[in-house]
Design a protein around this ligand. Structure first.
Ligand code: M3P
Ligand code: FE
Length: 314
């Protein structure tokens, strides 16, 4: 019952052909559909549903919406009522709103980001199938990412004005969508202001994260890789393709993930993320990072944050 995992992210790109080249040849996704408006739908080899990324043409980068898959169609009615009782307006989008997908419940998070929930999407199977499968397919391209893993949304925080959308989103996700808190960064003299949170519904350390910033936006969306070696190889592929790398391979203290950050040709930040870190469970005690350990939490080795990483987002 309820949300299972991240299902897809719809993003804006300025040059569709350049974006398709990036998501296909650098990340290793495959185009599964192009709609009448020219929007491109792609999936990763280890995903079974029809798409996990939608590219739409725009004059700027950024996110249109992020969608999470719920287990049963009836969950949409239950969650619609709960979201509305919480005081947030919702709408049910009919199946024609996006191809290959059933009805979607749409609403804005307290931060203003559009979130959608859906129960049905056409299942096309993974690239290795379900009968005596090989561990990976023969025609892997680029980094060969397994699946869309999580997204990190930047949320407005302005303590002078009493605005903290990280805390508001976190409360909403936990109380209404039954997400669990894995980790948090707390700041302020009493170390009680949530400046960043990592939440899950699956058994991985996060399916969504929120970080405080001056305005709302998309910080990054991440794709899963098996191992540290795959992360290193992904960086080689990025170098070969002259992809703009933001942060070269390193480890997060928070979630223990092994990571690279880089940009698609429009400037949307991507991450390749390896290591399941730990088994996230509802009863796992929440990990808390104090303000002075923020750098270590984000980049465990250097312990240093750089402004380009925290201040640049779409
Ligand atoms: C991650 C992660 C920021 C922290 C990022 C952490 C943007 O991306 O996957 O744990 O401060
Ligand atoms: Fe991440």
């Amino acid at each position: 019952m309820g949300v299972m995992r991240i299902g897809h992210i719809s993003i804006k790109v300025m040059d569709i052909a350049a974006a398709v080249n990036h998501y296909e040849n650098v990340l290793g996704m495959k185009t599964t559909h192009i709609d009448a408006r020219g929007n491109v739908y792609l999936k990763c080899w280890d995903e079974w549903d029809k798409f996990s990324v939608i590219l739409t043409s725009s004059d700027r980068a950024g996110m249109n919406h992020v969608a999470y898959k719920v287990e049963n169609d009836a969950d949409l009615d239950v969650l619609k009522r709960r979201v509305e009782e919480y005081g947030i307006k919702t709408e049910i989008l009919h199946p024609e709103a996006l191809p290959f997908i059933g009805r979607m419940l749409t609403f804005n998070l307290p931060s203003g980001h559009e979130m959608r929930l859906y129960a049905k999407k056409e299942c096309v199977g993974t690239a290795v199938g379900t009968m005596n499968p090989d561990p990976w397919p023969d025609d892997l391209r680029g980094a060969g990412v397994h699946w869309l893993d999580h997204c990190l949304l930047m949320c407005e925080m302005n303590p002078e004005k009493g605005i903290n959308k990280v805390a508001e989103n976190t409360k909403f996700m936990m109380e209404v969508l039954d997400f669990y808190l894995a980790e948090q960064v707390v700041v302020g003299p009493d170390q009680n202001i949530q400046a960043a949170t990592w939440l899950f519904r699956s058994s991985t350390p996060h399916d969504i994260a929120f970080v405080a910033g001056p305005r709302q936006g998309l910080h990054h969306f991440a794709f899963f890789l098996d191992s540290w070696h795959d992360v290193l190889k992904a960086a080689d592929i990025m170098a070969k393709n002259k992809v703009r790398i933001d942060v070269a391979p390193t480890r997060h203290g928070i979630t223990r993930g092994e990571t690279i950050y880089f940009f698609d040709p429009s400037g949307n930040r991507n991450e390749t993320f390896a290591g399941l870190g730990y088994l996230a469970q509802p009863d796992r005690p929440v990990t808390t990072w104090g303000e002075e350990f923020l750098g270590r939490g984000i980049f465990y080795h250097t312990g240093e944050l750089n402004a380009a990483f925290t201040d640049v987002y779409t």
